[in-house]
Design a protein. Structure first.
Length: 94
């Protein structure tokens, strides 16, 4: 359903705008070599990163595009009527 794309994009926006650190508690302490620490850090990914792949972006874009087309159709407006910005004028002096 195309309207689910709106909800997903809102979730993504909230993750970016209101990110919270994730914490974990452990019962013991372990010593790691620096190489292992660097390797482990590269496996830690934030939740918003799941939205950052070509397939997800294409799906969300298609959903939002469909919503926009439905809204335009139901509004009864022509696409040209929805455009805004810019203006020009020609004035003859003399």
């Amino acid at each position: 359903m195309p309207f689910s794309a709106i909800s997903e994009l809102k979730t993504f926006r909230d993750l970016i705008a209101h990110g919270k650190p994730e914490t974990q508690e452990f019962d013991s302490t372990i010593e790691l070599a620096q190489e292992k620490v660097t390797e482990l850090r590269s496996t830690i990914t934030p939740k918003w990163e799941e939205y950052c792949n070509e397939s997800k972006v294409a799906d969300l874009y298609a959903g939002i595009d469909e919503v926009c087309k439905l809204l335009l159709e139901k509004s009864g407006l022509d696409l040209f009527d929805t455009l805004s910005g810019g203006g020009s004028m020609i004035e003859r002096v003399g």
